[in-house]
Design a protein around this ligand. Structure first.
Ligand SMILES: Cc1cc2nc3c(=O)[nH]c(=O)nc-3n(C[C@H](O)[C@H](O)[C@H](O)COP(=O)(O)OP(=O)(O)OC[C@H]3O[C@@H](n4cnc5c(N)ncnc54)[C@H](O)[C@@H]3O)c2cc1C
Length: 444
């Protein structure tokens, strides 16, 4: 692929307009190059070959492998050194144009987005035009909505915060530990009937953090699960995993000694001594690990493609109903609830086929299936063990598989290794193979 400054690249940036104009090919622009955006770009190339001009825009030239950061924290390894995947070489190999830029505005009527180069403060705004747009920008994880988080809070959703928790663990004095979620605010005005309402955005992480923390305490002779309380704003933690999984999980956690506080409504503030909740309840805690609200990026709010909060409204083809050339995948999409990377993977395949059909690379009969969400999640529980959850009960289905043991941990590690080694392209037999292995795995 030509470099951005190469005149033969077909791109020119003048009068503030970045023209992605190589002639007659439809211009597909993917906003975001993390789990959802990178996978969508991959599948669009697979489905359309050379039939489209594909531009991918992300402020960061790397992907942070968020799900495995906690493993690095408890092993006292720096996630900055191990969990970042360079994405520009992947796009270059696929013939995609990668722009390392902040997306600052979107005009669905003009079919354009405004971007500002993100590698140097003071860069000037440019306009990128599209024929098809995929919004895969994820969400803001709103720690800044929680009073006291900066000073007293911990989490594992970025390498920065992972390292902060490593330092906190190094100074741990043996006090109580609280782990749970703040309230998630889901858009309601365009919510389809079939989609349940979640009070927490993603509660696999508190489960795995709780179990891994208990293992870390034991391993370091600092105590055990009796020091850890799990909390949730909802009636039941990880409710999207389905009651048949969560009830036995809670029985097991209680028998191990974990504390449990539900219906907290929201996290109001953290201080040195603990957490105050919206419900009026409080928890004493030396370490306070919180998974926050998922909030749409501010520039998406009040656009005609989004709900009242700023999540992009789509149908089950991941297509916006008012602007059918606009798609959304991953956490930015309103129907991605809970906010789970594996749901974005399903959606990426759908969008790629939709665009393939639109540009004539695929026949209309090749559109595949609409979005039918299933929870697929591997969790780390410490001591080289993990859990596997596969369920659609929360969405009205009957699938419900929960396994614990060494195999889910090995799968979680192997997925990350495969993801990095293949440049975000784990083989397509990966998901069916996972089900074949894990659904019949007896557990340990
Ligand atoms: C602690 C934790 C553990 C998790 N564990 C799991 C798990 O085990 N399994 C699972 O399936 N899911 C897990 N998740 C959820 C998963 O991380 C998300 O669902 C997934 O990252 C969403 O992917 P995405 O591409 O939609 O958004 P993101 O991963 O948030 O990526 C958004 C991308 O857009 C870019 N971007 C954002 N705004 C702009 C802008 N304005 N301009 C330019 N670029 C921008 C970002 O740089 C980023 O690259 C976990 C989440 C957390 C917090």
């Amino acid at each position: 692929m030509s470099s951005p400054s190469d005149p033969s690249s077909g791109r020119s940036a003048h009068l503030g307009v970045t023209r992605v104009a190589s002639g007659s090919k439809p211009r597909v622009v993917v906003l975001g190059s993390s789990f959802a955006g990178l996978t969508t770009a991959r599948f669009i190339r697979d489905r359309t070959g050379e039939d489209v001009e594909l531009t991918v825009i992300d402020r960061n030239p790397y992907l942070t492998f968020v799900p495995n950061i906690q493993m690095e924290v408890f092993a006292d390894r720096d996630p900055l050194a191990t969990m970042l995947l360079d994405t520009p070489p992947i796009h270059a190999k696929d013939g995609n144009i990668f722009l390392n830029a902040d997306v600052v505005d979107l005009d669905p009527d003009a079919k354009s987005v405004e971007v500002v180069a993100s590698d140097r403060p003071g860069s000037a705004a440019e306009t990128v035009c599209y024929d098809y747009l995929v919004v895969a920008l994820g969400s803001r994880l709103a720690y800044d909505h929680i009073e006291g988080f900066g000073e007293y809070g911990d989490t594992v959703s970025s390498a920065y915060y992972g390292n902060k928790l490593r330092r906190r663990l190094a100074e741990y004095r043996g006090g109580p530990i609280a782990i749970g979620s703040a309230r998630f605010h889901q858009g309601m005005d365009k919510k389809p009937e079939w989609l349940p309402v979640a009070l927490a955005a993603c509660e696999g992480p508190p489960l795995e953090l709780g179990l891994s923390m208990a293992h870390w305490l034991t391993e370091h002779h600092r105590g055990d699960a009796h020091l850890v309380t799990l909390f949730t704003p909802a009636e039941m933690i990880a409710e999207d995993a389905g009651e048949p999984i969560v009830t036995p999980f809670l029985e097991m956690a209680t028998s191990m000694g974990f504390g449990y506080l539900n219906k907290t409504e929201d996290v109001v503030r953290l201080d040195a001594d603990g957490i105050e909740f919206q419900s009026g309840a409080t928890l004493e805690a030396e370490i306070k690990i919180v998974i926050p609200d998922w909030v749409p990026h501010p520039f998406l709010k009040d656009l005609p493609i989004t709900d009242e909060l700023g999540f992009v409204e789509t149908d089950r083809w991941m297509r916006n109903s008012s602007y059918p050339e606009v798609f959304a995948v991953g956490d930015a999409a309103a129907i991605t609830v809970p906010k789970l990377g594996s749901l974005g993977h399903q959606q990426a395949e759908i969008v790629a086929r939709q665009i393939g059909v639109e540009v004539g690379s695929l026949a209309p009969g090749d559109a595949g299936e609409q979005y039918h969400p299933e929870i697929l999640c591997f969790g780390d529980t410490g001591g080289h063990k993990g859990f596997y959850i596969y369920s659609d009960v929360w969405f009205g289905g009957h699938k419900s598989v929960f396994k614990m043991g060494y195999a889910p941990y090995a799968m979680k590690l192997a997925f990350k290794e495969m993801y990095f080694r293949t440049g975000g392209k784990p083989p397509t037999f990966g998901v069916p193979a996972t089900h074949l292995l894990m659904d019949h795995f007896p557990g340990e």
